[in-house]
Write a protein that binds this ligand. Structure first.
Ligand code: RUB
Length: 312
């Protein structure tokens, strides 16, 4: 495989590129680049070109298995290539690039819509808890700050790879009052036992995958936070565009290397290192999407009305 693509896949797998948004953007760049470096279909047999393209495109789209947004991009490209092929076109490179540019513009415009809707949820003097590093949540909080809202954020560390530090650092840079807490402190802060000053008013987390039944996959630890939120009647909002929809609802939850948890694990100790977990619909107050703040039960219908191509 080409060196550039190899490096890209390595960066995605190692989390040098992390978060669904950054991952899908990198995958789109990789697919476009690859379509340009394989010899043109007229020099190569068309079938051979497609085979070469899909071999690498698949690897890119599934570099993180729990990222349907990247996989949906490939689905759309596949549909467009099939149409072009049937119409006798040889301009496969053009089709790949146009389709992925369209998809990328959709991601960007969805993000702008979510930002506009989302920052209004932030109220003055609130304590907001977030988990891991979601660039979508981060953009909401920064926008709220820019709009003059006064609030503070508690960001958990997110072991084992500490993506919560990225969040804390970026929010501090944006002059948002931010406190980093160990993951094990989240439940306590969500509960009333933490006291009036510390108790969390709202929880904002991102999404990697949104399933047909309205449940959401996000960084491991989301379930615990969501369950505490439900128990204490603290609103939990998920921020994510519906291109993260997983049509099958049986998406694989990525498990990662033992070494991330304990580099020199003693003999006889087993490690279990899930990258993500599932937040069930009943724990979710609302999913902030490009189509507004929706209820989990409405996800499927909204996909059918707006992104019907996903289900083909
Ligand atoms: C990151 C994570 C983020 C979502 C959404 O996990 O769970 O909450 O990907 O991110 P990891 P975004 O660090 O394992 O990639 O809002 O940027 O799409």
């Amino acid at each position: 495989m080409n060196k550039t693509i190899n490096k890209l896949i390595k960066d995605i797998k190692s989390l040098r590129i992390q978060g669904a948004h950054a991952v899908v953007k990198a995958v789109l760049q990789g697919m476009k680049y690859h379509s340009r470096v394989i010899p043109r279909p007229r020099d190569l047999d068309k079938k051979k070109w497609l085979k070469e393209f899909y071999q690498v495109a698949d690897k890119l789209a599934f570099a993180r298995p729990t990222e349907p947004s990247a996989q949906n991009a490939l689905k759309l490209v596949r549909q467009q290539l099939e149409l072009a092929d049937r119409a006798g076109s040889e301009n496969f490179v053009g089709v790949v690039n146009d389709t992925l540019n369209f998809y990328e513009e959709l991601i960007d415009s969805n993000r702008a819509k979510i930002k506009n809707i989302g920052y209004k949820l932030v109220k003055n003097n609130q304590n907001i808890l977030t988990h891991c590093h979601s660039s979508t949540v981060e953009s909401i909080l920064i926008t709220a700050k820019q709009k003059g809202k006064k609030f503070q954020v508690f960001a958990d560390e997110t072991r084992p790879l500490f993506q919560g530090r990225i969040t804390a650092r970026n929010l501090a840079k944006a002059k948002i009052k931010v406190t980093q807490i160990p993951d094990s402190a989240s439940g306590f802060l969500i509960s009333e036992y933490s006291g009036k000053d510390l108790m969390i008013d709202q929880i904002f987390i991102g999404a990697d995958a949104i399933l047909p039944n309205g449940s959401v996959l996000n960084k491991i630890g989301s379930y615990d936070i969501a369950a505490s939120a439900y128990l204490n009647k603290v609103p939990l909002y998920i921020f994510g565009n519906l291109l993260k929809y997983d049509t099958d609802g049986i998406i694989e939850i990525e498990t990662r290397s033992d070494k991330e948890v304990w580099p020199k694990v003693p003999k006889g100790v087993k490690i279990l290192n899930f990258a993500f977990d599932v937040v069930p619909p009943k724990f979710i107050t609302g999913i902030v999407t490009e189509f507004g703040i929706i209820k989990p039960k409405d996800v499927k219908k909204i996909i059918k009305n707006n992104y019907s191509w996903m289900q083909v």
